[in-house]
Ligand binder design. Structure first.
Ligand SMILES: NC(=O)c1ccc[n+]([C@@H]2O[C@H](COP(=O)([O-])OP(=O)(O)OC[C@H]3O[C@@H](n4cnc5c(N)ncnc54)[C@H](O)[C@@H]3O)[C@@H](O)[C@H]2O)c1
Length: 340
C-alpha cells in the first residue's frame, strides 16, 4: 500500500475538528489527534473514526507534551482547530482564550517549525474582521475584532502570518463563517434554539434578532479544509463562506417551523456587549484557486441539523445539564445577572 500522508489535528474532539477527522479517515489519511478535552471536547464525536486515528490527550499550551507528540508522530501536515470558542464566555473572562488561542498557537507553531512539517493549516474565523453593515470582507481586509474571543483569534492569525514572513513557515490561514450542523455544543445559537424549542422553553434572542450571520454547513467547511490540505499553497489566506446570510430572528423562526412550534417561544433579551452586527465573506479566492464550493443550502442543512438533534436528544440533554451547572455558578458569583 502507498504510504499515507500523516495529519496531526488539534481540537479534533470538537465540533468542526471531528467532522474533518471523519472525512480524513474516509479518505485514508493517517490521522493523529491532540485534544485536552475541555468542557467543549467529547471523544464521542470521534467514535465513527474509531481506531483509525491515534488520540493524544494533551494541552497545546504544554510545550513538552506537544514536542513529544511531534517526535512520535512526525506529522507532515498540521491542522490547528483547538481553541476556546464561545464569545459569551470570553466576555466573562478572556484568560483561557488568550492562553489557548494565542499561547497554544505559538507553542504549536514552534513545535511544527522544529519538526519540519510540510504544511500548517490554521483555522481562524470571519470574526477577526469585526462586523460590516454593507459589503463584504476580503482576505486583505484589515483585522478589527470586537470580542475577547475574536481578538485572541486575530492575535493567533497575526502570529501565523509573522511565522510565514519571518521563517518562511508553510502556513495557510482559513477564515470560515458561522458553522452549524450535527454535534455542535448546545451553547451555540442553533443548538440552543433547537433544545429550547424541543422543551417548549423560552428561546432567548439578543436585542431584536436583526444581527446577521453567514451560515456554513459543517461538512462543507470540513471539505474546504480538506481541499486546502490537498491544494493550498503556503502563505495563502482564504475566506470560507456560504453566501447564506440570515438574520438571527429568521433562523429562530425557521427552526420553530421545522419543529412545528409557535413563534411565541421567542423572547428578546438584552443585547450581547459589543455584539457584531453582520458578517459577510467574499470567498471567490477559495472557489477560484481550490475549486471549492459549498454544496448544502441553509434550508437543507437546517433540516438535517434539527433531525440530528431530535435523534440525539440524550447527548443534547447531557450537555445541557452540564451547562446549567456552569451558568448557575456564574450567576451565583454575580459575574453576570440571571435573565430570569
Ligand atoms: N464553530 C464555528 O462556527 C466556527 C467558525 C469559524 C471558525 N471556527 C474556529 O474553528 C475551530 C474549531 O471550532 P469548533 O466550533 O469546532 O470548536 P469547539 O469548541 O467545538 O472545539 C474546540 C476543541 O478544542 C479543544 N481544546 C480547547 N482548548 C484546548 C487546549 N488548550 N489544548 C488542546 N485542545 C483544546 C476542546 O477540547 C475541543 O475539543 C476554532 O479554532 C474556532 O475558532 C469556528
Amino acid at each position: 500500500m502507498a504510504r499515507r500522508t500523516k495529519l496531526l489535528v488539534t481540537g479534533a474532539a470538537g465540533f468542526i475538528g471531528s467532522e474533518f477527522v471523519r472525512q480524513a479517515v474516509r479518505r485514508e489519511y493517517a490521522v493523529a489527534v491532540v485534544d485536552k478535552l475541555s468542557y467543549a471536547g467529547d471523544v464521542q464525536r470521534l467514535s465513527e473514526a474509531g481506531k483509525a486515528c491515534t488520540f493524544f490527550r494533551a494541552d497545546i499550551c504544554n510545550a513538552r507534551a506537544v514536542e513529544k507528540i511531534f517526535k512520535k508522530e512526525k506529522p507532515e501536515i498540521v491542522l490547528h482547530f483547538a481553541a476556546e470558542t464561545h464569545v459569551d464566555r470570553s466576555i466573562l473572562s478572556g484568560e483561557a482564550f488568550i492562553r489557548t488561542n494565542v499561547l497554544g498557537t505559538q507553542v504549536l507553531l514552534d513545535a511544527a517549525r522544529k519538526s519540519g512539517i510540510h504544511k500548517f493549516i490554521h483555522i481562524s474565523t470571519d470574526e477577526v474582521y469585526g462586523d460590516i453593515h454593507t459589503g463584504q470582507f476580503y482576505e486583505h481586509t484589515p483585522l478589527n475584532p470586537s470580542s475577547p474571543y475574536s481578538s485572541s483569534k486575530a492575535a493567533a492569525d497575526l502570529l501565523v502570518r509573522a511565522y510565514v514572513r519571518t521563517y518562511g513557515f508553510p502556513a495557510v490561514i482559513l477564515r470560515p463563517s458561522n458553522n452549524y450542523g450535527p454535534w455542535q455544543y448546545p451553547e451555540k445559537f442553533i443548538p440552543v434554539i433547537i433544545y429550547k424549542a424541543l422543551k417548549n422553553e423560552k428561546i432567548p434572542v439578543f436585542a431584536k434578532g436583526l444581527n446577521v450571520r453567514e451560515w456554513l454547513y459543517v461538512s462543507d467547511c470540513a471539505r474546504a479544509i480538506m481541499r486546502s490540505v490537498q491544494k493550498a499553497r503556503p502563505g495563502e489566506v482564504y475566506n470560507v463562506g456560504s453566501g447564506d446570510e440570515r438574520k438571527n430572528i429568521e433562523v429562530a423562526r425557521n427552526i420553530l417551523d421545522i419543529l412545528g412550534k409557535p413563534y411565541s417561544l421567542i423572547e428578546f433579551v438584552a443585547d450581547r456587549p459589543g455584539h457584531d452586527f453582520r458578517y459577510s465573506l467574499n470567498f471567490t479566492g477559495i472557489k477560484r484557486d481550490l475549486g471549492w464550493n459549498p454544496e448544502i443550502s441553509f434550508e437543507e442543512g437546517l433540516v438535517k441539523t434539527v433531525n440530528w438533534y431530535v435523534k440525539h436528544e440524550n447527548w443534547l440533554e447531557r450537555k445541557v445539564v452540564y451547562l446549567r451547572e456552569y451558568w448557575k455558578k456564574v450567576y451565583k458569583k454575580g459575574i453576570r445577572r440571571s435573565p430570569k
